[in-house]
Design a binder for this molecule. Sequence first.
Ligand code: 5GP
Length: 116
Amino acid sequence: MTDAAESIFTKIINRDIPAEILFENDRVIAIRDIAPQAPVHLLVVPKVPHYSNVTELAAGDPELLAEIVATAHNLATLHANGEYRLVFNSGETVGQTVFHVHAHVLSGGLQEQSLA
Ligand code: 5GP
């Protein structure tokens, strides 16, 4: 998929395909990744479809990038212990498969809290 306007995330935003939506406002949507790579693996996606990667987003709309980071923090607090890795794949050779910018929020979940 190379046309961001036709990305899987646009289809999810438009409710053309289902997803577990954890948060949504006018600008961003957060979903659970369909193939989790960690106990908590969420995706934060801007609704505008035209930024392919984080470099383009940072240059074009830094406030939206900051909102993605803040959303990731809030989700990690709600769905994990507040600690998380934030990953933006940028380019096919490092594993980017969807060219509609998105942040992976990866965390170990709530185990540490529940054992405390
Ligand atoms: P990328 O490889 O582009 O950085 O990340 C794309 C992510 O989207 C992958 O982690 C992949 O598992 C996830 N993904 C692909 N298709 C779907 C889908 O239909 N629903 C959800 N929830 N996640 C998806």
